[in-house]
Each structure stands twice: as C-alpha cells, then as structure tokens.
Design a protein around this ligand. Sequence first.
Ligand code: ZN
Ligand code: ZN
Length: 362
Amino acid sequence: MKVIQYTPEKLQTALVSNSQYLTKVYSKYTKEEKRLLEEGFHAGQPGSLFQLITVHSDSDWILAHPEEPEDFEAFYRKPYRKTPNESQSTIYIQTIGSFGEVAAQTDQYVEWLRDYCQAFFYGLSVKLLPAVAVSETKCSFRVNSNSYNLQILTGDLLQFLKKRKPKDAFCIVGITMIDLYPKDSWNFVFGQASLTQGMGVFSFARYDDNFYKRSYAGRLKKHLQPRQEDYSVFDGYYTPPITSTLLLRSCKTMTHEIGHMFGISHCQWLSCVMQGSNHLDESDRRPLDFCPICLRKLQFAIGFNIAERYKALLHWMEEDQTQTSVKASASHTAPHFTKPTEAFNASKLWVCRCLEILEKDQ
Ligand SMILES: [Zn+2]
Ligand SMILES: [Zn+2]
C-alpha cells in the first residue's frame, strides 16, 4: 500500500496560495477556522483530523490518471469555475424511476438526500423536481448482454434534464436506481455530466451489495428482449433495499458530483470525498466530507460559515427520529421510514471534533 504525502509547506501553499490577494482573503478566516483548515498540514499523524490518501492497487484512480493536483489558486484561476449567484443558486434533483418498493419510500429516500445536500452545500437551496417514471424520459434502454440487468442511456437522460432545467438552477442532477450505459459498446457507467451545462445523471444501482452476485434480483430472464417503446419492463423492476450503506454511498456520490459542478477537480491532496475513484472499494474508502483545500474552494464559492455548515450536517445525522415521525403522521398517513444513519456514526464523531476546534476560544 502506497501513501501520498506532501510536506506541510506544500500543503500550506495549496491551501493559502502564494498570491498576495488570495493570502489576504485567507487572513479573513477566524483564528478557529484557520486552526481547523491547518489541521490538514499534520494529516496522517496519530489523532489527526485529516488522513493521507492511500493507494491500494494499480487500478486506483490516482495511478490511472496522473495529473497535477489542483490547489486553491488553480481552482480560483480556472475559467470554467462556477459560482452560484442570486439568480442561479438552486440545486435541483430529478428522480428517475423508483428508489424503493413503494412510492412513499422513494419520496422519503430522496428527501433524505435532498436534506443532506442542503446541509453539505450550506447556503444554497436544494429542491426536488417531481419524480418521473423511466417512460416519461423517452430514453433508450437495453438489457445488458453479460449481466442481464436493465440499463438506460445516459445521453438521452441528459437531453431530458436539459429540457427540465429551471431558469434559477445552479445545476440539475438526475438520480436513478437503474444502471446506466453511455454508448452501445460500453458495459456500464456510474454517471455522466456536462459541467458547462451544469447537469449530470448518476446511478446508485451498483451500490447495492448484491449487484455483483449471481443471485442479483435485477437480472432478467436471458431471452427477454423488450421493444424500445415498451417501458412496461420497468414496472415493478427490482430496486435495492434501502440500507444505511446505500444511503451513505448515495450521499457521497451526490456531493462528489455536485462538487464537480462548481469546477472542483478530483482531490489528490488528502483523503477527501472529492478523490477520484475507479471502483466501489475505492469509493468506500473516501471519507464523507472535504479536506481543507477542497473545503476552502467550496466555502469561497458559496460563502457559508464553516461552523454553521458542520452544525447542519450534524443535525442531519442526529435528526430526532420522533420528530420525523410526528411530521409524517401530521401531514398524512403515509408509512414512516426511519432514516438509517448507522453507517454515518464515524463521520458524526468527526464532525463533532471539527466543531470542537471551531468553538474553542483560546
Ligand atoms: Zn469525480
Ligand atoms: Zn480534497
């Protein structure tokens, strides 16, 4: 196992930069905020808040894509960096197909994702567009000839999202539990985005622990060859069980992909949710949140208070379940689903440590 390690001086330049102007902007952070951001200089030491990137195999993203790491200044000078403004400050989420066995479960699941993104991109508004069935997108689809699961064509979904994108959108993100493919010759793709157009579509199908098993319930009978206009094959099609791990993986993917919409590149500095990933093992190794360098990029783009953002994330992880059930039963008699946050426990402790550093007044 290889470890990617930079000197504290190199990390300091990556975070603060050598530019006079950007150093001045950095100096406006409070003493506590700087203490938190500069924790990254000691990453990997016992008890550190931030960890080093570890490379486990040649197929890991960082070895497969050698390129210059993007420091804060490179991000700042990027021509296609995107900043939300007054007229475009809403992140829209478009659900495509089901996310659970019953419609109420889909609604609840995407609501959890929405709330999470709203805390993560603190200060921006995150809205759900009314969910659509696969048939409404008029997209092409196929049965994968190796794995026999249903797949939908990403290009068609992006065309659909383009038409749905509201005027005040900072970006629009399509999410689905159906597997995706970008062209006939490809086996599959996790997602596809157009950063210049502020849109992307991502599938969580392969985040199901059973996806790669022979017994996977999304495998269709081998001889089935549905006609292109016949979307009935999607009716009652398998959706993965809603688990805490699925929720954790979905939250990581959503925030990573929306992070790209701001123009933030893959992180090569420290262990970070913006690290690139080539496979599920690698995605699972990523932490839930940003390293200090990526955090500064996001904070610069949105302008949030760092402590307020962590408080919102903590609130989402701890959200009182009795409160949620009161809300649900007061509005209608829909079944109540408890938010499965067990997989977030380590992240919750981490956010608490960040808040301790930010609140210390010494
Ligand atoms: Zn990425
Ligand atoms: Zn990072």
